[in-house]
Design a protein around this ligand. Structure first.
Ligand SMILES: [Fe+2]
Ligand SMILES: [Fe+2]
Length: 257
């Protein structure tokens, strides 16, 4: 069995720091074989930047996944092309920077990580269902397959998990920043959760200053969003996966909200 830690949307410096601290604490208690984090909000201003990606890799991330905020900073674009383990959704335009799939090769086993985006209440993207099937069929030599499905609609996330059950180790939802209570192992050994949640500022609305969001709702006018500061929460998932079959035996949410 291998243990894989997946961390939900990391927001700003505070989120990056609590990720580093929590990973160190987890490693002191149990064996962690691979670490995958969603870093689309890890820069302090917005999106992900070269410096926030470098911080997450140096703090212990093997793979950084992304989403609708992946392209907000120009300084990340070159790194997206050159760094194999830095992902953005695979079903974005073929002409966009970067790529959405990578392999973690630990010599005795391999882990395929695939990042996909949903299409309900999201930016335009190719069909995530056929994209997933196509990528999975190309990596039959890789038993362990983890999918970060960055999507808004709960139905779309559940549908992808059911569509792929038995053929991947896990379908883990990200993007809403709110952890859901439905962590489960589906038939065929596929772990699923609708949303892993956010690793970022506790006193916030999805990581943004409360006042900004409330003002937007009560006025209906554009408001500049600022990342909230202060004490942070950690939301992640710990998976125990059979590295030979790719089937997941256990999914354990870690949530400090
Ligand atoms: Fe996010
Ligand atoms: Fe997102």
């Amino acid at each position: 069995m291998i243990n894989i830690l997946f961390v939900g949307d990391i927001v700003g410096d505070g989120g990056c720091k609590i990720f580093k601290e929590t990973l160190a604490a987890l490693k002191a208690k149990e064996k962690i074989d691979a670490v995958i984090v969603n870093g689309e909000n890890s820069d302090n201003r917005n999106g992900i930047s070269k410096s926030s990606a470098e911080y997450l890799f140096s703090a212990g991330a093997d793979v950084i996944t992304g989403g609708n905020h992946s392209f907000r900073n120009n300084d990340i674009l070159e790194m997206m092309d050159s760094e194999e383990a830095l992902l953005r959704p695979e079903n974005y335009s073929k002409k966009a920077s970067g790529h959405g799939v990578c392999i973690i090769d630990k010599l005795s086993y391999k882990i395929m990580v695939l990042n996909l985006a949903g299409r309900i209440y999201m930016d335009p993207a190719e069909d995530p269902f056929s994209t997933a099937k196509n990528i999975i069929s190309k990596h039959s030599d890789c038993a362990v397959k983890i999918i970060d499905f960055h999507a808004e609609a709960t139905s779309e996330k559940a549908a992808l998990a059911h569509y792929l059950k038995g053929s991947v180790s896990a379908v883990l939802g990200t993007h809403t920043h709110i952890p859901t209570a439905d962590a489960q192992i589906m038939e065929g050994g596929t772990a699923f959760i609708t949303d892993v949640g956010m690793t970022g500022p506790r006193h916030s609305i999805l990581g943004v200053e409360v006042e900004n969001i409330v003002q937007k709702f009560i006025t209906g006018m554009p408001v500049r969003f600022h990342q909230a500061k202060g004490d942070c929460v950690f939301c992640g998932i710990l998976l125990s996966v059979d590295e030979k079959t790719g089937k997941t035996a256990q999914i354990k949410p870690i949530n400090t909200i």
